[in-house]
Design a protein around this ligand. Structure first.
Ligand code: SF4
Length: 123
């Protein structure tokens, strides 16, 4: 899926069709449900799929699902708060890099840009 509006490309692991016909994206994680709750990176990933799906459908998805390896599911509402968080994160990610990255063991492992960051802390 591609969205010109959001400038995003991606594909959820699954699409679930609700009884009213709306589609819901499902992101499957092999790990167990994190003790500290849904990480920001997982939440933003589902928000991105929700934005992609919303752009393609006449009936916006009401929520997205995260399904963890231990069977736990987290339902993430697709509301104005979620749209705002995704928009703010994308705007931050698209800002030119200013060279001020401060990698560290506390922040990098939890950072949503860890995989793409050249400055990440690797120990
Ligand atoms: S992974 Fe990169 S962007 Fe994220 S906190 Fe670490 S240095 Fe900063």
């Amino acid at each position: 899926m591609r969205s010109e509006t959001w400038g995003l490309v991606g594909r959820p692991d699954e699409l679930l069709r609700l009884s009213d016909g709306r589609l819901v994206p499902v992101e499957v994680k092999s790990r167990s449900f994190p003790r500290r709750g849904v990480p920001e990176s997982h939440r933003l990933q589902v928000y991105a799929y929700l934005a992609l799906l919303e752009d393609r459908s006449t009936a916006p998805p009401p929520f997205g699902l995260l399904r963890y390896g231990d069977g736990t599911e987290a339902r993430l509402p697709w509301d104005e708060s979620a749209r705002t968080e995704l928009a703010r994160t994308l705007a931050e990610a698209r800002r030119p890099y200013d060279g001020r990255a401060r990698p560290g063991p506390g922040r990098c492992p939890r950072c949503p840009w860890f995989d793409a960051c050249d400055a990440r802390w690797t120990g």
